[in-house]
Design a protein around this ligand. Structure first.
Ligand code: PEP
Length: 256
């Protein structure tokens, strides 16, 4: 058991990887190791086509299962999109919003983020709201400005009473899938900026309920060091969440 202010949260984002059989195997293995999962929260963000099967396997365990994206309307002419209620219907209890691949590859707009956050919260999907600067923005000393702008758009419709259901992930774009990890100082600085902004928006009490995860090339050999930073409440893991051999040591970062 840790004496952290917030329960550690280790989340795996599979992106567009794995197939059905490997997904289910991985979930079975992780589920088997989690036990009652009392002292940490673990979740997988799964390709939506596998959500129903993965949720069925995860059932009865503390393992959370979520979608990687969501649209904000309940129904309508939105070819290729999923409504929040649809994710709930196939067993998801959480969702990623504003992942950098959605923002940069698929040109998702800041203006959508508030609506997505509200729509997710309204059907009891627990959002991880992702923010992070590009390398150019970091080099141009714009990191704080970018983070605040992304937070402003995502939290526009968030209420104080929503705080306990929200997680923020700081994911510097230059660290995602590149093998380059932010230093503990860089992560700490960004997390402090985010927490200060949250406190200004929601007040200290509510802001202190929100976990801030670090994401960007987290691996078994840097997880412990990142989790030792007081402002880091958890990790959002892409590549290393695809195999039990790499994901389990990250979940158990404090056990070796
Ligand atoms: C991610 O998908 O959010 C991520 C951080 O990926 P990776 O761990 O592979 O850098």
């Amino acid at each position: 058991m840790t004496n952290r202010a917030r329960k550690p949260y280790i989340a795996g984002n599979w992106k567009m990887n794995l197939d059905r059989a490997h997904s289910l195997d991985l979930v079975k293995t992780v589920k088997g190791r989690l036990g009652d999962g009392g002292d940490r929260e673990v979740g997988f963000f799964v390709p939506s086509i596998y959500l129903a099967d993965v949720s069925a396997v995860a059932q009865g365990s503390p393992l959370g299962v979520g979608g990687q994206n969501v649209w904000y309307e309940d129904s309508g002419a939105c070819t290729g999109e999923l409504a929040p209620r649809m994710l709930r219907e196939v067993g998801a209890d959480r969702v990623l919003i504003g992942h950098s691949e959605r923002r940069h590859l698929f040109r998702e707009l800041d203006e959508w983020m508030a609506k997505k956050m509200r729509a997710a919260l309204d059907v009891d999907l627990l959002p991880i709201y992702c923010v992070g600067e590009t390398l150019d923005e970091r080099k141009g000393n714009k990191t704080d400005r970018v983070l605040k702008k992304q937070l402003e758009s995502g939290f526009e419709r968030v209420k104080v009473e929503d705080a306990h259901r929200i997680t923020v992930a700081y994911e510097p774009v230059w660290a995602i899938g590149t093998g380059e990890t932010a230093t503990t100082d860089q992560a700490d600085q960004a997390h402090r900026t985010i927490r200060k902004w949250l406190a200004g928006k929601l007040g200290d009490e509510a802001a202190n309920l929100i976990r801030i995860l670090y994401g960007g090339s987290v691996k078994p050999d840097n997880a412990k060091e990142l989790m030792a930073v007081e402002s880091v409440d958890g990790l959002l893991v892409g590549g290393a969440s695809l195999k039990a051999e790499t994901f389990l040591p990250i979940i158990e970062y404090d056990k070796n």
